[in-house]
Design a protein around this ligand. Structure first.
Ligand SMILES: [Zn+2]
Length: 68
């Protein structure tokens, strides 16, 4: 069975994907940024435009889960 999402993932893994939560409207959004863009840290919520955003741990670049 072919899953379309696999194609998206394979394209996005070429660039770091950052996940943010807006502290104003609580919207969670993801951005693909270069390292320079990320270091600049000028991220604004695409929904409300607030710059009060908090970076989350992206599941797409998470390390292998520790064994239990
Ligand atoms: Zn917002």
């Amino acid at each position: 069975m072919v899953i379309d999402e696999n194609r998206l993932f394979s394209e996005e893994e070429k660039m770091p994907l950052y996940e943010y939560e807006c502290q104003n409207c609580k919207k969670i959004f993801t951005e693909v940024l270069t390292l320079k863009e990320h270091e600049r840290g000028e991220m604004a919520c695409p929904s409300c435009g607030s710059k009060e955003v908090r970076q989350l741990i992206s599941p797409f670049i998470a390390h292998t889960a520790s064994k239990t």
